[in-house]
Design a binder for this molecule. Structure first.
Ligand code: ATP
Ligand code: MG
Length: 452
C-alpha cells in the first residue's frame, strides 16, 4: 500500500462525477476504489479517458445507492452511473481465474480445450479482484477512504519503469482471453511502454488464438487501437507483434506484396491524419478508417478484375464488396459503416470526370464530403494528380454560376482519364509537377472525416 504522501495522485485530477460515486459508496458503508487505466494514467500524469470504480457492493446494492444507475452486461454484470454525457462504470470485485478443480459451474466456465474464460461472474474481495486484471500497470486501486494506492502486483514500479507486464503466467493469461494480445499491443503503442520479455515472448505464437474471438469484440478493440489518437503507433505494434495477419489479413498481405507502394503510402498518411484529427478533437469514423485500411487490397483486386476484362466501375464495386465481406467475418464492422464506405470508394472515379453538370451534381451527393476527404488522401499518396484534388477544393468555394462556367471550360477530353489501379501513370505525372515546385494534396487531408 502506498500512502497518500508517497504518490502523485490528487483528487483535483479526478472527474467530479467519479468522486461523487466514490464518496457515495463509501458513505453507504462500502469499499470504493478508482481502478484500472485511470489510476495508471494519473500516475503517468496523463488525463484519463474514463474513470472506472471497483467496490465490494453487489450490483443490486450499487443500484440502491444511485438513482441514475443502470445494470448492464451479461458476461460481466456492471453498474453504469449516468451524469449527463459522462458514465461512471462501477464493478463489483470478482475472484481471479480459479484453478480448474475449484471451478464452480454456476459462476464461471473455462473452455477445457482452449483455456478461454467463457463466463466470469463470481464475486470476490479486492485481493482476489487484482489477479484477474491483465497488466500490473492496470491493477492499481486508489482508495477513497484514505487516498492511498493499493498495489498488490507491483504495478507502481512497472509504471515508473514504463514496463507492461502481464500478471501471472503470460501464456495462460493470453489463452484465457486472447484479446489481451491486442491489449498488449495497444498499451505499448498508447503509453510508449516496453513489453516485459516474458509478456512479449509468447505473443507471435499465440496470435492465431485471435481467430476464436467473437468478431464483434474485435471490432471494439480495433476502434480502440485506431481511433484513440495513436493509430500509427498501434499499427506498428500490431506488425511488430505479428498480430496484423490475424486482425486485418488483407492489409498484412498487401503490405507484404508492396511495402512501399502507393496503397501503403495512403495507409500511412491516412493513419497519421486520423491521429491529428483526434488530437484536434475533430470527428473520426470507422467508415473512413476502414476505407484507409482496406483501399490497398481493394485496388489490387480491382486491377486484377480490370485485367480480366471487367469495366472499371464494376471491378471497383465488386472488389470492394469482396474485400469487405472477408474482413467483416474477422472484424464485425457494422453495415452502418460498410455501406457508406462502399459509396465513398465507388464515388472516387467520378471525381475524374469534371466536365458537365454530372460532375457538379457530385457536390450534392450525401457522401461528397467523405469522398472528397478520401480524394485528398489519394492525391497526397500520389494515386491521383494533386491538381485534380485542388480543382475539387476550389470548385467548392465558387458560386453556382461560376461552377457552371468552370465545367463548361473543360472539353470532355480535358478531364482526367480513369484511374489506373496501380497508380503508375499518376505517379509519373506527380513527379513532374513536384519538380515544378507544386505538390501537396491541399486541404487538411481530412482522414477519418465525418463520413457516416
Ligand atoms: P484505457 O485507457 O484504454 O481505458 P484501461 O486500462 O482503462 O485503458 P479498459 O478496457 O477500460 O482499459 O479496462 C479497465 C480495466 O479492466 C483494465 O485496466 C484492467 O484492469 C481490466 N481489464 C480490462 N480488460 C481486461 C482483460 N481482457 N483481461 C483482464 N483485465 C482486463
Ligand atoms: Mg478505461
Amino acid at each position: 500500500m502506498i500512502a497518500r504522501a508517497d504518490h502523485s495522485i490528487s483528487r483535483a485530477q479526478i472527474s467530479p462525477n467519479a468522486l461523487k460515486v466514490l464518496y457515495r459508496l463509501k458513505d453507504a458503508g462500502f469499499q470504493a476504489f478508482l481502478v484500472g487505466g485511470s489510476v495508471r494514467d494519473l500516475l503517468l500524469g496523463v488525463q484519463p479517458k474514463d474513470f472506472d470504480i471497483a467496490t465490494n457492493a453487489l450490483p443490486e446494492e450499487i443500484r440502491r445507492v444511485f438513482r441514475n444507475c443502470r445494470l448492464i452486461g451479461r458476461r460481466f454484470r456492471l453498474a453504469h452511473v449516468h451524469f449527463g454525457d459522462e458514465i461512471i462504470e462501477v464493478a463489483t470485485f470478482r475472484a481471479a481465474a480459479a484453478p480448474p478443480e475449484v471451478d464452480d459451474e454456476d459462476h464461471r466456465e473455462v473452455d477445457d480445450a482452449s483455456g478461454r474464460i467463457l463466463r466470469d461472474n463470481v464475486y470476490g474481495t479486492i485481493d482476489e479482484d487484482v489477479w484477474r486484471r491483465d497488466f500490473t500497470a492496470n491493477s492499481l486501486y486508489y482508495n477513497i477512504a484514505d487516498f492511498s494506492v493499493w498495489d498488490y502486483a507491483d504495478g507502481v514500479e512497472d509504471v515508473r519503469a514504463r514496463v507492461l507486464r502481464l500478471i501471472g503466467d503470460p501464456e495462460q493469461r493470453y489463452r484465457e482471453d486472447p484479446v489481451r494480445l491486442l491489449r498488449a499491443a495497444r498499451f505499448a503503442a498508447k503509453l510508449g511502454f516496453t513489453l516485459h520479455a516474458a509478456t512479449r515472448a509468447p505473443m507471435s505464437a499465440l496470435a492465431p488464438l485471435l481467430a476464436g474471438v467473437p468478431a464483434a469484440r474485435l471490432f471494439d478493440e480495433t476502434l480502440k487501437l485506431f481511433l484513440s489518437g495513436h493509430a500509427v503507433a498501434s499499427f506498428e505494434s500490431l506488425r511488430e507483434f505479428e498480430l496484423l495477419p490475424q486482425l486485418l489479413p488483407a492489409v498484412a498481405a498487401e503490405l507484404a506484396q508492396a511495402p512501399d507502394g502507393p496503397a501503403a503510402r495512403l495507409l500511412a498518411l491516412g493513419l497519421a491524419s486520423t491521429d491529428q484529427r483526434v488530437r484536434a478533437d475533430r470527428a473520426v469514423t470507422p467508415t473512413f478508417l476502414f476505407a484507409v485500411l482496406l483501399y490497398g487490397p481493394i485496388l489490387r483486386l480491382a486491377a486484377e478484375k480490370v485485367a480480366a476484362g471487367q469495366p472499371e466501375p464494376q471491378a471497383l464495386l465488386e472488389a470492394t464488396d469482396a474485400v469487405l465481406l472477408a474482413q467483416v467475418r474477422r472484424v464485425a464492422v457494422p453495415k452502418r459503416f460498410t455501406l457508406p464506405l462502399r459509396e465513398l470508394l465507388v464515388l472516387q472515379p467520378r471525381f475524374e470526370r469534371r466536365d458537365g453538370r454530372r460532375a457538379l451534381s457530385l457536390l450534392h451527393h450525401p457522401r461528397f464530403r467523405a469522398a472528397y476527404d478520401f480524394l485528398l488522401l489519394r492525391a497526397e499518396a500520389g494515386l491521383v494528380p494533386a491538381e485534380l484534388a485542388s480543382w475539387w477544393t476550389e470548385i467548392q468555394t465558387l458560386s453556382a454560376d461560376e461552377r457552371l462556367e468552370r465545367v463548361a471550360q473543360l472539353a470532355p477530353a480535358a478531364s482526367a482519364g480513369g484511374e489506373s489501379a496501380d497508380g503508375e501513370p499518376r505517379r509519373r505525372r506527380r513527379r513532374r509537377r513536384r519538380r515544378g515546385g507544386g505538390g501537396g494534396g491541399g486541404g487538411d487531408g481530412g482522414a477519418a472525416g465525418p463520413a457516416a
